[in-house]
Design a protein around this ligand. Structure first.
Ligand code: APR
Length: 175
């Protein structure tokens, strides 16, 4: 685990479903009806009431974010966002990924969330190149927390060692 800015940013390896933070972020799809990857893990950890809560939200557009409770998870809330599916980088993917991070942080702030953990959105099933995604994620998060004191701590929760190394590099470029 690495801490930056007095602990305001943390880069760590691990399973996001284990984190007892105010909110964990789900890399969901437009239907919010669950899936594989981190989405599947979050639904398994939260239990079936999460699917019911998601159904009531009526889906989520790419780049937007919606909140539910965390149910059986240690996290109090889940913010579901939808990153872009990578095509070739010329279909607005960078901007959509940046909006997913930014809108998630806006929803967090509106709901009084102070501690939040992100997975590496879009870099699994949606095939967004991991290094490029890490730079976008860290750029948006650092500029957001710079201007919004309400967010006390952001954790970049990396499921594998490669992502962990990429995030350390990216954060060290920005802070
Ligand atoms: N904790 C943290 N990170 C995880 C976990 C976990 N328990 N499980 C997987 N990851 C990581 C993956 O290693 C990857 O780096 O989450 C990152 C995002 O990968 P995906 O979960 O595949 O998400 P994404 O690429 O955004 O694709 C979204 O996948 O399952 C579906 O419903 C989801 O259709 C949507 C799509």
């Amino acid at each position: 685990m690495k801490r930056y800015l007095g602990g305001r940013i943390i880069v760590q390896r691990g399973d996001i479903t284990q984190l007892a933070v105010d909110a964990i972020v789900n890399a969901a799809n437009n239907t919010l009806s669950g899936g594989g990857g981190v989405d599947g893990a979050i639904h398994r950890g939260a239990g079936p009431l999460l699917a019911d809560a998601c159904r009531a939200l009526g889906g989520c557009r790419t780049g937007e974010a919606k909140i539910t409770r965390g149910f059986r998870l240690p996290a109090k809330h889940v913010i579901h966002t939808v990153g872009p599916i990578w095509e070739d980088g010329r279909h607005g993917e960078d901007d959509l990924l940046a909006r997913a991070y930014d809108n998630t942080l806006k929803v967090a702030l509106e709901n009084g969330i102070r501690t939040i953990a992100f997975p590496c959105i879009s870099t699994g099933a949606y095939r967004f190149p991991a290094e490029r995604a890490s730079e976008i994620a860290v750029g948006v998060v650092t500029s957001f927390i710079d201007t919004h004191d309400g967010i006390e701590q952001v954790i970049f929760c990396c499921f594998n060692e490669d992502d962990y190394e990429l995030y350390i590099e990216a954060v060290e470029q920005f802070v």
